[in-house]
Design a protein around this ligand. Structure first.
Ligand SMILES: C/C=C/C(=O)SCCNC(=O)CCNC(=O)[C@H](O)C(C)(C)COP(=O)(O)OP(=O)(O)OC[C@H]1O[C@@H](n2cnc3c(N)ncnc32)[C@H](O)[C@@H]1OP(=O)(O)O
Length: 261
């Protein structure tokens, strides 16, 4: 397997580390390696929560590999569409993953890197991280989900400002607009991400995956059909072994031991 992306797992938590120095850019090969790893995680019964980060302390990911773009410019429309669609597929795979995902932003989180972070459920940023969608500076615009996922998180006006100006914002500004969940000192990110991931991994994946599905799919629907979705998922959860265990554990005044069944 490619070493451009590393994968480890411990106690229900998988850690995916992008390792493409110096800026962990999203080359075509990195995108394929991320896809391969997430396809594996999707089917892994031992993984309940996932952390995604970049190697080193300079970048989570500074975007797509701009040095591949001259080649793109020479391609026909069909070929460009194919490459762009492949990026959409990778980020959709991550967004739709049944397991919760935490992006640990440990430096520059730009362009495709910011779009990768947006496809995750939760974002924790180290204080020195800079976030942005600077594609406009190259005469293009975010094409790996940024125009759709950023406005959902921060509202259309702030998202347009970020994309029109192409300027990176600080971790603390990102926190103030809801783009990240938490800001921690430089070097403390993995500890914070692991602490959150371990708490999540102690819950039932049956419940976690339904929370994710209800929130993600409900957001694109009118309230009445979104509530119908919630109703169906809530009805379903009562047939799981984990709900029996969770309720019994409460009654017996002990900690629940979920089996994710
Ligand atoms: C569908 C998705 C589209 C996109 O994502 S488009 C790309 C969006 N991203 C960007 O526009 C960011 C581009 N990079 C930068 O602006 C800067 O870099 C940084 C602010 C991230 C860091 O600046 P500094 O600390 O001064 O480092 P440095 O010398 O510019 O970069 C170190 C090496 O990394 C290469 N690099 C940085 N970002 C990219 C990239 N996105 N694609 C390809 N290479 C990149 C540089 O060129 C250089 O390389 P060398 O040492 O050989 O000169």
């Amino acid at each position: 397997m490619s070493q451009l992306v590393q994968f480890t797992k411990q106690d229900g938590v998988a850690t995916v580390t992008i390792d493409n120095p110096p800026m962990n850019v999203l080359s075509t090969r990195v995108a394929q390696a991320i896809k391969d790893i997430f396809l594996q995680i999707k089917e892994d019964p031992e993984v309940i929560a996932v952390i995604v980060t970049g190697n080193g302390d300079r970048a989570f990911m500074a975007g797509a590999d701009i040095k591949e773009f001259p080649g793109w410019i020479e391609l026909g429309k069909e070929e460009v569409r194919k490459i762009a669609k492949a990026n959409h597929e990778v980020f959709n795979l991550i967004e739709d993953l049944r397991q919760p995902t935490i992006a640990l932003l440990n430096g520059f989180t730009l362009g495709g890197g910011c779009e990768l972070a947006l496809a995750c459920d939760i974002r924790i940023a180290e204080e020195h991280a800079k976030l942005g969608l600077p594609e406009v500076n190259l005469g293009l615009f975010p094409g790996a989900g940024g125009t759709q996922r950023l406005p959902k998180l921060v509202g259309p006006a702030k998202a347009k400002e970020i994309m029109f100006l192409g300027e990176a914002i600080t971790a603390n500004e990102s926190l103030s607009i809801g783009l990240v969940n938490q800001v921690v000192p430089k070097g403390e990110g993995m500890r914070a991400a692991k602490s959150m991931a371990q708490k999540i991994a102690g819950q039932s994946l049956q419940a976690l995956s339904r929370i994710k599905k209800a929130v993600n799919e409900g957001a694109d629907q009118p309230l009445d059909s979104a509530l119908e979705l919630e109703l169906n998922l809530f009805t379903d959860i009562f047939s799981t072994e984990d709900v029996r265990e969770g309720v019994q554990a409460f009654i017996e005044k002990r900690a629940a031991k979920f089996t994710h069944k």
